[in-house]
Design a protein around this ligand. Structure first.
Ligand SMILES: O=C(O)CCC(=O)C(=O)O
Length: 288
C-alpha cells in the first residue's frame, strides 16, 4: 500500500485549486488501498452502526462518519496513506491534521439527493478545512457524480459569508439550480467522471450537490476525508459540529488547534523543503 502519492502533485494542481477551490486528482492511491477500502465500505453498508455514526442523510444512501476512530482500514488510510500529503501539497499547507471521515454510498436506484450546500458545519474558521472525496466505485452522470460551483470560495472568503452557525445568520446561497443555465452567472459549474482511486478535493466554502443514483446496477461510493491545515482556527459556536472527545465550547477562538489523538498530524512538509504557508501572507490577504 503506497505511503507517498502514486503520481506527482504538480504546479497545475496547485494553481487549479487556488483558482477554483476544487479539482480532480487522478490515481494518487494504489489498487490495494482502494480494494481494502471497498471491502471496508461493504462491511459498513451491511452494518453501519457497528463502524461509525450515521448522519441525517442516512437512509436510501448509507451515510456513516467517524470510521477512522476505530481500528481497521479507514484508520489505516487516514493515518498511513498519502492522503495527508496529497491534500497538504495541493492546498499549500505545511502540516495536515485529521479530524473527520464520512462514507457516502448510494446503492443502485437510490433517490438520495444531496442538495446544494457547503461544508460550513465544522468548528473551524480559516482557509484550510478541505474535503478530499475518494471514489471507491466508478462515478458518472448516471450514478451520482458530485457537482461544484468553482471559484465561489473567493466570494465567501473575501466577504466573510458563511451560512449557518458559523455565519451572521442572514447569508444564503443563491438558487444554484436556477443559475445553471444563466450565461451571466459569474461562476462555473464543474464535475468529473471518476474511476475507483480518483478523488475530488474541495475547499470548505465550495458549494456542491449530487443527484440520486439512476443506475439500476452500479452503486456509487466515496469516502470523504476532512482535515485541517495551518490556516485553520477554533470556532467555538453552538450549533457547529464538535470533534468527538474535544469540548468545543472551551476551545480558544481564533487559535490553531493543537495536535492531539483526536486531531493527529498526518503529514508534515519535510524539513528540507521551503515552507509553503506563511501566516503573514494570509494576514496580508485578509487585510486586502
Ligand atoms: O457523496 C455525496 O454525494 C455528497 C458528498 C458531500 O456532500 C460531502 O462530502 O460533503
Amino acid at each position: 500500500m503506497n505511503k507517498a502519492p502514486l503520481n506527482p502533485i504538480t504546479p497545475q494542481h496547485i494553481e487549479d485549486y487556488r483558482r477554483d477551490g476544487v479539482l480532480c486528482l487522478r490515481q494518487m492511491f494504489d489498487a490495494e488501498w482502494i480494494e481494502s477500502l471497498r471491502e471496508g465500505a461493504a462491511a459498513v453498508v451491511a452494518n453501519p452502526d457497528e463502524f461509525g455514526h450515521t448522519g441525517p442523510s442516512h437512509g436510501s444512501m448509507t451515510s456513516v462518519a467517524h470510521l477512522w476512530r476505530k481500528p481497521g482500514v479507514f484508520r489505516d488510510f487516514a493515518l498511513n496513506s498519502p492522503v495527508g500529503e496529497v491534500v497538504g501539497r495541493v492546498i499549500e499547507a505545511d502540516t495536515i491534521q485529521m479530524f473527520h471521515d464520512h462514507l457516502f454510498h448510494k446503492p443502485p436506484l437510490s433517490p438520495q439527493i444531496m442538495q446544494w450546500h457547503a461544508d460550513h458545519v465544522w468548528p473551524f474558521t480559516g482557509s484550510m478545512v478541505p474535503n478530499i472525496w475518494v471514489a471507491l466505485t466508478p462515478v458518472n452522470k448516471q450514478n451520482g457524480q458530485i457537482e461544484f460551483v468553482a471559484g465561489y470560495h473567493h466570494f465567501c472568503q473575501e466577504t466573510g459569508s458563511r451560512f449557518g452557525p458559523a455565519g451572521d445568520g442572514h447569508f444564503r446561497f443563491p438558487d444554484f439550480e436556477a443559475e445553471r443555465n444563466n450565461p451571466d452567472f459569474p461562476f462555473k459549474f464543474v464535475t468529473w467522471d471518476l474511476e475507483p482511486g480518483d478523488a475530488v478535493l474541495f475547499h470548505v466554502d465550495i458549494p456542491h450537490y449530487s443527484k440520486g443514483n439512476d443506475s439500476d446496477h452500479l452503486a456509487r461510493s466515496g469516502l470523504a476525508i476532512r482535515v485541517i491545515g495551518d490556516d485553520s482556527y477554533w470556532c467555538p459556536r453552538e450549533g457547529l459540529m464538535p470533534v468527538p472527545g474535544i469540548d468545543l465550547m472551551t476551545q480558544p477562538e481564533g487559535v490553531h488547534p493543537a495536535p492531539s489523538e483526536h486531531l493527529p498530524v498526518i503529514w508534515s512538509r519535510p524539513a528540507d523543503e521551503p515552507r509553503a504557508f506563511s501566516p503573514q501572507r494570509t494576514a496580508e490577504k485578509i487585510d486586502g
